[in-house]
Design a protein around this ligand. Structure first.
Ligand code: 0A1
Ligand code: ZN
Length: 873
């Protein structure tokens, strides 16, 4: 845990392991602080490794008990056992069996890595390097073994015993104990190992695969929560069907299990056949979950399930290849959600998220390539860049080689590499083959960090009926990468005329809608352009770049009203609104442009046609969007005021229309989380938020009524959030009644903590500090910490970035406290400071001081010291 012994790990230093492990027998006897693990490993020298090398097994905070080689105790001088590793100095140069016993205390494991206690069970988390906290092992993803796991526990305390694979044996033992043996026939890396033992209830179902195999599905939850699993189960079955249809992938074991736990560092984990989930992403009922919660559950259930092929059957050679499984699997879950819901709406949501998380990361000191080449702590690389930008890279690959070649490339990848631990190069080679092209330049997307900027300039020539479009790319310098090579950037585009898209020719041929920019700049001459067009560029957000394209407001309105590409219709409205907010930030006294407000008014008349899309269009750019646009010397208070000015202008001009629309969309029938219902609710609540900007009493009264009378959490939560964001007296009684109603439901209380953390007024920091002492809060539970402290630091720009620096000092103090218990969680929190250098000088100075204070703290974890060190570099 000490930062002074950190040595970075480099991709360039990769060497195959010197030894392989073919089978692992784990015997885990749960017994509180005297929990015993006996690991029996079938080891052999790796023909690709160094012959005669020592066998160095990883360990982390382990208590060694004994070892045997082929059934006999080794002489003491032949091995070394410490808490952080086990070494056999001269192992046999033939296959041998190594048995090692360790002792653990799951209840004292507050890091939530390895074997740990959560409310209802004892469970494991092994990715990335948690297995070494259970037993000594070659804890690296390129060592694949077949696991057999025997779990023994007190039967009353832990009636349910689960591990990877299929259950092959179970029985009772003397003294009220019992056991179960699980066998997973698929070789896997140690990070996919899992076991769970506890007092759990479950719901079961069945799925019949395309080839007719029956698979038992189980979702295990705390007793009493069974009624909240229906949506997750349905999402699982839809995911299984979709993977068969879209990628030809069938499930491969007799049982697929999900366990929901209440203490979890991340969203969920794809352990083979036994996914462990943060319960937030499993449990849902209309009374407790919002539409967003339902959509997240669907996406994460799918994501973890899809890992069975992209991650588990084919895994990563080393952790630098993390995007091989994560970027690809995010791409797959995004495609799934697009097919289940509205593709256009899903794309807009994903791009909004990419820009707010990944673009921010790429623009600051924590920028790194999709495939990093060096790390101090791998846990800090489960990032928006690896996941979300990684997914964009796969999407670009598909755009460049076409749908058919992409599918053929995936088929080839599955055929060629099933059962292997591979690299990005192996993956890309499949598509180079099926797409029949050299993807050498494309590999830069994995190597170069930073968000490329594409500048577009265009000119229409009436005489020659041509449109000359120049596209020029630049990539800003990022840590360790002062200069960049030009990338291959797929730009989907069209030219929009008076009555829609113009038919185009490029270089004498009908234009197929996409160009691949490979040079620093290039001019495209479109022919047959009979009228002055408005260019619609980067349709569908065809590449993760920043498009710089100066369009007149009238042209933005043309795109907003007429573009055939829904993404760019939305983008046009966002760009227009962004321009207005920026103007309001710089010149607060100027009135808001009435043309935009009028266009929104016209749009409202038609908003009912696609409510989910309309809701996104009516959602103003966030304060962080505006901050990113400004880039330097950011003053969050000025941004807040500018955004409020636009909201106010829209609310005052259109409140009547907005409230009528809301009335017309009022729910017919009981709540259902489907996309159509969710879209209607989203539009009603977006309208209500804007109308509330008018400050009118009758609108506020409607919000308060919605809060009191809602028959579902989406509407109740939206009303509560509007009240708290609006800083009105109605907010306090609403918060009080919300708490009374849901006080026994931690996941709902997280929403209560979160809305309070986001109140944009000066009392909020004190409120957050007060809430840390509330019985509903627990510093040891990651969901509570993220709901209160995470939401304050990452979701309340004005109060976290207070000009007096109190927000930063608060974060630093909390991080130090949490770091002693759960370094991963602490490191994630401190990342809220990643954009500190873009703040105006006073705030920047305070933020820098908070970071420097952390850097000087005596015993920082590797996780936090890595983030702090890079943030300050
Ligand atoms: N592979 C998981 C993410 C994950 C990573 C690390 C963890 O350790 C606490 C947990 C989960 C996924 O992509 O869903
Ligand atoms: Zn994943």
């Amino acid at each position: 845990m000490r930062s002074d012994i950190v040595r970075p790990v480099r991709l360039a230093d990769y060497r195959p392991p010197d030894y392989l492990v073919d089978t692992v027998h784990l015997d885990i006897a749960l017994d509180g602080a005297a929990t015993r693990v006996v690991a029996t490993l079938a080891v052999r020298p790796n023909p690709k490794g160094r012959s005669g090398a020592a066998l160095e097994l990883d360990g982390d905070a382990l208590t060694f008990v004994r070892a045997e080689i082929d059934g006999a105790a080794p002489a003491p001088e032949t091995y070394a056992a410490a808490s952080d590793g086990f070494t056999l100095h001269r192992p046999p140069q033939r296959p041998f069996v190594l048995t090692i016993e360790t002792r653990l205390d799951p209840a004292s494991n507050t890091q939530l890595m390895g074997l740990y206690r959560t409310a209802s069970c004892t469970c494991t988390q092994c990715e990335a390097e948690g297995f070494r906290r259970i037993t000594y092992f070659l804890d690296r993803p390129d060592v694949l073994a077949v696991y057999t796991t025997r779990i023994e526990a007190d039967k009353a305390e832990a009636p349910v015993l689960l591990a990877n694979g299929n259950r092959i044996e179970a029985g009772d033992l003397p003294g009220g104990r019992h056991y179960a043996v699980w066998h997973d026939p698929f070789p896997k890396p140690s990070y996919l190992f899992a076991m769970v033992a506890g007092d759990l209830a479950h719901v079961a179902d069945e799925f019949v695969t395309a080839s007719g195999r029956r698979v038992r599905l189980e979702i295990h939850v705390e007793p009493g929560k069974e009624g909240r699993c229906a949506y997750a189960m349905d999402a699982l079955k839809r995911s299984m069907r979709w993977d068969e249809e879209a990628f030809g992938r069938e499930y491969d074991l007799d049982v697929f299990m999900i366990v929901a736990v209440s203490d979890f560092n991340m969203g969920a984990m794809e352990n083979k056949g036994l996914n462990v989930f943060n319960d937030k992403y499993v449990l849902a009922s209309p009374e407790t979950a919002t539409d967003l919660d339902y959509a997240n559950i669907e996406a994460i259930i799918a994501h973890e399930y899809f890992h069975n092929w992209t991650g588990n059957r084919i895994t990563c050679r080393d952790w630098f290849q993390l995007c091989l499984k994560e970027g690809l699997t995010v791409f797959r879950d995004q495609e799934f959600s697009s097919d289940q819901r509205s593709r256009a709406v899903k794309r807009i949501i994903d791009v909004r998220n990419l820009r707010s998380q990944q673009f921010a990361e790429d623009a600051g000191p924590l920028a790194h390539p999709v495939r990093p080449e060096l790390y101090n702590e791998i846990n800090n690389f489960y990032t928006a860049t690896v996941y979300e930008k990684g997914a964009e890279v796969v999407r670009m690959l598909k755009a460049l080689i076409g749908d058919a070649a992409f599918r053929a490339g995936m088929d080839l990848y599955f055929r060629r590499h099933d059962g292997e631990a591979v690299t990005i190069e192996d993956f890309i080679a499949c598509f180079a083959e099926t797409g029949g092209r050299d993807l050498g330049q494309f590999m830069l997307w994995y190597r170069q960090s930073g968000t490329p900027e594409v500048k577009a300039t265009g000119q229409w020539d009436a005489k020659t009926r041509t449109y000359r479009l120049e596209l020029a790319q630049t990539i800003p310098p990022t840590p360790g990468q002062p200069s960049k090579e030009p990338m291959v950037i797929p730009v989907r585009l069209g030219l929009v005329g008076a009555s829609g898209d113009l038919p185009l020719r490029l270089a004498g041929r009908p234009f197929d809608g996409i160009v691949a920019l490979t040079e620093p700049s290039r001019t495209y001459v479109f022919e047959g352009v009979r009228e002055r067009p408005v260019p619609s560029l980067l349709r569908g957000f065809s590449a993760p770049v920043k498009l710089v394209h100066e369009l007149e407001e009238a042209d933005l309105l043309t795109l907003f009203e007429r573009d055939s590409d829904p993404f760019n219709r939305w983008q046009a409205a966002q760009s227009y609104a962004t321009g207005l907010i920026l103007r309001a930030v710089r010149k607060p006294d100027l009135p808001i442009d009435a043309r935009f407000v009028a266009a929104i008014g016209t749009f409202l008349d038609d908003a009912r046609r696609d409510p989910a899309f309309a809701a996104l269009t009516l959602t103003l750019p966030s304060e962080t969007d505006i901050a990113r646009e400004i880039g330097v010397n950011v003053d969050p208070d000025a941004i807040f005021a500018g955004r409020q000015a636009l909201r106010g202008a829209i609310g005052r001009a259109l409140h009547g229309q907005l409230m009528r629309l809301r009335e017309e969309l009022a729910g017919a029938g009981p709540y259902s989380p489907d996309a159509a219902g969710a879209g209607r609710r989203a539009l009603r609540n977006a309208a209500l938020y804007l109308a509330c900007g008018s400050g009118r009493a009758e609108v506020l009264a409607a919000v308060a009524r919605q809060f009191a009378a809602a028959d579902n959490m989406t509407d109740r939560h939206a009303a509560l959030s509007i009240l708290t964001l609006s800083d009105v007296p109605e907010a306090e009684p609403a918060l009080q009644s919300f708490y009374e109603r849901y006080r026994d439901d931690p996941l709902v209380i997280d929403k209560w903590l979160m809305v309070q953390a986001q109140i944009p007024t000066t009392g909020t920091l004190d409120r957050v500090k007060r809430l840390m002492g509330h019985p509903a809060f627990s510093i040891g539970n990651p969901n509570r910490v993220r709901a209160l402290i995470g939401a304050f630091c990452s979701g309340n720009p004005t109060q976290f970035n207070r000009a007096d620096g109190e927000g930063f000092r608060f974060l630093a103090a909390v991080v130090l406290d949490i770091d002693g218990k759960n370094p991963q969680l602490a490191a994630r929190l401190v990342s809220a400071l990643r954009s500190w250098r873009s703040l105006e000088p006073v705030r920047r100075e305070h933020a820098g001081a908070a970071l420097r204070g952390l850097a000087e703290a005596p015993s920082l974890s590797r996780d936090v010291s890595d983030i702090v060190g890079r943030a300050l570099a």
